[in-house]
Write a protein that binds this ligand. Structure first.
Ligand SMILES: *Cc1c(COP(=O)(O)O)cnc(C)c1O
Length: 445
């Protein structure tokens, strides 16, 4: 984008000025529609989510065999949903959140195998590709138990194929660990933001890690080019993959059961608010899409992004989606939230979210560490900094003029006492002890 276009955009969308100044903002999506209208021209549907869920069930015996830590859930990778009343009382006192209703934590931070939300989309995408290859090549026949994918013969077959992906860290971990377990050659193209311990962990799994001095987009571009040269190589395209998106969307069906177990009602009089940390958009977008199918107009989804890299907010506000980057408006894209360090959003996800997303919050890096310590001290749960972006929603929902107006206009204010709020904790359980110590002692201005 050239500078003249940018100044015209800033005139048209004044909130961009505050985003350029790295202020924390809340933004309400003016293009959100009711659920039925939002589905009118949508390329995906509930049937696609059901398909993805069934595929994960077919793979469960294989996953159980390769990853014994999933045995108690019979090979289904799922996280718990828990009330966090001590944290809720604490944020009320410390930040004057005035949040009514109940605050819950969805602990994808503790998902088996990958320790982050990427255990949903990333692993699903690899399983889908594996099923396609195995069925096409007679490694599996319809009706076979997928446990046999763990056989020596199957592993040898997959070892002649390559998987490649560009990643800021967590996607590489989920794709890398699962692909290596199946037997593929795996190459993960890591951006400069990726943490050293993630690279080492992957190398220990036999994954080839290529490092780039530049950001995520460059790592993706190079990875894709290299993969395209090899007909036996499959490139996981985080920005455009429908499979990845559907893998994330399955979370909604599981969450619906968990809400029932907690006796949480979701309907017009009992609204559900969900706060999701956002990078390129696939994970929060897929989960939002799934939640909208299940709860329609009763669920209100908000994304949270770091102030130096609010790519989805910039894409949605301007309507330019992947045609604009945070660097175009003068932001660095550099953030301590490595999982969210993305400069350009997914255009595919932005297109679907345009009519579904309620809004966005942005958060300064310093506050990620504050919320991290708050949760650790009150609930003894550790999250990585990126995941803590989720708390910006419940802390600010009732303090911000924009979100307050949304609540009033949608007749939600009077329903707040019977509302439920979910902070989606997207990562953390694999962070090594020494790094956790560092994080706990990190104070930024
Ligand atoms: C990847 C990631 C996200 C966001 O997912 P996107 O698909 O990039 O939007 C959020 N939190 C953590 C910890 C992540 O690793």
């Amino acid at each position: 984008m050239n500078p003249t276009n940018i100044s015209a955009l800033v005139q048209q969308f004044p909130i961009l000025r505050r985003i350029q100044a790295e202020e924390e903002i809340a933004w309400i999506n003016p293009e959100k529609t009711d659920h039925a209208s939002s589905m009118e021209n949508c390329e995906l549907s509930m049937a696609d989510i059901d398909n993805a869920e069934a595929r994960l069930a077919r793979f469960a015996p294989f996953i159980k065999k390769c990853f014994p830590e999933t045995a108690d859930q019979n090979g289904i990778i799922e996280s718990i949903l828990t009330p966090i009343p001590t944290m809720q009382a604490h944020i009320d006192q410390k930040y004057h959140s005035h949040l009514q209703g109940r605050l819950l934590l969805k602990q994808d931070s503790h998902l088996a195998i990958a320790g982050s939300v990427k255990a949903r989309g990333g692993i699903y995408e690899i399983l889908k590709h594996t099923e396609d290859l195995a069925l096409a090549n007679g490694i599996l026949r319809q009706g076979d138990s997928y446990e046999q994918l763990a056989s020596q013969e199957a592993r040898e077959f997959f070892s002649s194929y390559t998987i490649q992906v560009g990643s800021t860290g967590n996607l590489g971990m989920s794709i890398g660990i699962m692909s290596a377990a199946i037997g593929y050659e795996v190459i993960v193209h890591m951006s400069a933001d990726a943490k050293q311990w993630k690279k080492e962990l992957l190398r220990n799994h036999g994954v080839i890690v290529k490092e780039y001095a530049s950001d995520y987009s460059k790592a993706v571009k190079n990875g894709r080019a290299l993969s395209d040269q090899n007909p036996r190589s499959y490139f996981v395209d985080d920005e455009n993959s429908r499979n990845l998106f559907l893998g994330y969307a399955v979370a909604a069906k599981r969450l619906s059961d968990q809400l029932k177990d907690l006796d949480v009602l979701v309907d017009a009089d009992h609204p559900l608010f969900v706060y999701l940390p956002c990078g390129v958009g696939g994970a929060p977008g897929g989960i939002t899409f799934g939640l909208k199918q299940l709860f329609q107009n009763a669920v209100h989804c908000f994304f949270a992004e770091p102030t130096p890299a609010p790519c989805m907010a910039v894409g949605m506000i301007t309507g330019l989606h992947s045609q604009i980057s945070v660097q175009d408006i003068g932001l660095s894209g550099l953030t301590h939230a490595d999982g969210l360090a993305v400069g350009r959003p997914s255009g595919f996800v932005g297109g679907i979210m345009k009519s579904m997303l309620s809004g966005e919050f942005t958060i300064k890096d310093a506050h990620l560490y504050d919320y991290m310590r708050d949760l650790l001290e009150t609930e003894n749960i550790f999250l990585e900094p990126s995941a803590c972006a989720a708390f910006q929603g419940p802390v600010h929902l009732l303090q911000n003029d924009e979100t307050l107006r949304y609540l009033k206009e949608n007749h939600l204010l009077e329903k707040m006492p019977q509302s439920t709020h979910i902070a989606w904790a997207t990562g953390g359980s694999l962070v090594p002890e020494t790094i956790r110590e560092e994080y706990v002692h990190t104070y930024l201005k």
